[in-house]
Design a protein around this ligand. Sequence first.
Ligand SMILES: [Zn+2]
Ligand SMILES: [Zn+2]
Length: 218
Amino acid sequence: MATLKAAIIPVTPLQQNSCVIWKESSKIAAVTDPGGDLSLIENFIAEQGLTLSKVFITHGHLDHAGGAFELAEKYNVEIEGPHKDDGFLINALEEQGKRYGLDSAKNFEPNRWLTDGDQIEIDGEKLDVYHCPGHTPGHIVFHHPESKLAIVGDVLFQGSIGRTDLPRGNTQDLLDAIRGKLWPLGNDVTFVPGHGPVSTFGQERLTNPYVADQLFKA
Ligand SMILES: [Zn+2]
Ligand SMILES: [Zn+2]
């Protein structure tokens, strides 16, 4: 059974979990959410002897998308994601970067916007795309069923959920996405959140103070 390997590389002052995901047999890789500190990501790719093939973006916030343009240009690869409803954020990355001291952040137009039901690919390994709005309107999540691995950005964290008080956030949309789209993927799925430690959907269904199953019992 083909599985993907994944390594988490925290970047930016917000310690955002950028991921390098690759197929061991071919060493072909993708990077999710290269928000900044690109030298850390580039060093890892070089040390492991990986070939970068794609950049994938979960949502348009600076700490996730700020370095996407520069990384994609450097390796001459395409950017896929987020959902087009995050276009207003991607068009504001430069302005946000100047405000928060990430001077290298650049606006970009993804080579491909993604939406619910799409698939992305790393050397033939397919990951399913789920549109999970609420933290931002165009937030997407990636799931590789064979590896039981999900990359969920700022939708869900170990013991918490994404904030919904930022522009165009919506708490009900976020709760609906977590319970309606993530939980059905399986309790044994390990997820990498945008910040902090990994967990499993099953663990969060038991203990998460915002979305545990017992909170929704009538
Ligand atoms: Zn965010
Ligand atoms: Zn974040």
